[in-house]
Write a protein that binds this ligand. Structure first.
Ligand SMILES: Cc1cc2nc3c(=O)[nH]c(=O)nc-3n(C[C@H](O)[C@H](O)[C@H](O)COP(=O)(O)O)c2cc1C
Length: 357
């Protein structure tokens, strides 16, 4: 294949590079003596209405960082200092894999969205454990686990167990990611037998442990409503603790203002994240909430760009929420606004409830 001599220059101007640089700054800043103090002061002002108790844990805020930002667990302390209530690291694969050609992340600014064509970028489970051991903050850490791309689909359950076992003592909860859809070799199992083949060995391993680690399933927004119901039934009928709804979509809806970019990129495979996902994510969350009659925690994720969106997701039935695209676009400032805005909305809601009682 012909090599593009301008590739390094193109990379410097890409969303991949600016994201890498931003993460590097956050990682360095939190290690400086005053860095953590200033990050907290600037981005994580004191609030008193955000605490949530779920999964047997106390979350200081329901706003968490979604998987895909802190891929290898090197930013846990920085995310705590920026005001997140919990961090989901990963996706982590058993073996190291860095398959992506850069650039592979595209900003669709006019629609507050991202198109990601990158394969999972993972340093492998052993390195990630070393990274987690370096953390200093006590923030709740979840771990998003996935199979290696080279692992054949029918051997996927073995990969998930190979991650679950060594990581078990180092994180607070696990998310089984079954929405690997950013490349032309997607892995999105949606048959009950396939999913139970992954979950059953994890349940069995957990049964023999002294500590309990909640286990969640992260699902695709591209499932049919019947498949969403089947996922909810798995949660109700098995020891699964919750669902993360949703991951990215292979759909190209909600991108009316990015037709030029989409045209330029052609019909490349990849997942879309951000604002276009909001409606479907809300529908999926409320569908699962109703099916489970509100008895199971759901983490709502997809298209949350403001405190109003966050509130809408909680009202649809989510117990916790996660952000990714909005944090990539707006950074700490977005976090601060959402934290303060949601705090205010929840304060008002509580006040109204007390008045009506
Ligand atoms: C660059 C990038 C990488 C991602 N990687 C993962 C991943 O490895 N595992 C996963 O479950 N979700 C991954 N996601 C999806 C997010 O966790 C989230 O589900 C999705 O972006 C929807 O939320 P948002 O609209 O707030 O971005 C990734 C998202 C982005 C933007």
């Amino acid at each position: 294949m012909k090599k593009n001599i301008f590739a390094p220059i193109i990379y410097l101007g890409s969303a991949d590079f600016s994201l890498r640089f931003k993460k590097w700054c956050q990682k360095v800043a939190v290690k400086l003596p005053l860095g953590r103090y200033f990050m907290r002061r600037r981005y994580a002002p004191e609030v008193d209405n955000l605490e949530v108790e779920t999964f047997g844990m106390r979350f200081p805020s329901p706003i968490g960082l979604a998987a895909g930002y802190d891929c290898n667990g090197t930013l846990i302390d920085a995310m705590e200092a920026m005001g997140f209530g919990f961090v989901e690291i990963g996706a982590i694969t058993p073996k190291e894999q860095h398959n992506s050609k850069h650039p592979s992340l595209y900003k669709l600014k006019n629609d507050r969205a991202l198109l990601n064509c990158a394969d999972i970028d993972s340093d492998g489970v052993e390195q990630v454990i070393e990274n987690i051991k370096q953390r200093r903050s006590k923030i709740i850490v979840g771990c998003n686990i996935a199979k290696n791309t080279t692992t054949p689909d029918d051997e996927a359950p073995r990969d998930y167990l190979r991650l679950f076992r060594p990581l078990y003592q180092y994180v607070d909860y696990f998310t089984v990611n079954i929405n690997l859809n950013t490349t032309d070799k997607p892995y999105v199992p949606c048959e009950k037998e396939q999913i139970m083949a992954i979950l059953q060995p994890l349940f069995e391993f957990r049964r023999g442990q002294n500590q309990y680690r909640p286990l969640l399933l992260k699902i695709s927004p591209d499932l049919t409503d019947e498949q969403i119901d089947m996922m909810a039934d798995i949660m109700i009928d098995t020891p699964l603790d919750g669902i993360v709804a949703c991951g990215g979509t292979i759909g190209r809806y909600g991108l009316e203002n990015s037709t030029d970019v989409i045209h330029e990129l052609g019909r490349i495979p990849g997942a879309v994240y951000g604002a276009p996902l909001k409606k479907r994510a809300l529908d999926v969350v409320s569908r699962i909430y109703e099916r489970a009659q509100g008895t199971y925690p759901i983490i709502g994720c997809g298209g949350i760009t403001s405190a109003d969106d966050a509130m809408e997701m909680l009202q649809a039935g989510a117990t916790l929420i996660q952000l990714s695209t909005e944090f990539i676009y707006g950074g700490g400032k977005s976090m601060r606004n959402m934290r303060l805005g949601l705090n205010e909305r929840l304060r008002k809601a509580k006040h109204l409830q007390n008045k009506n009682e």
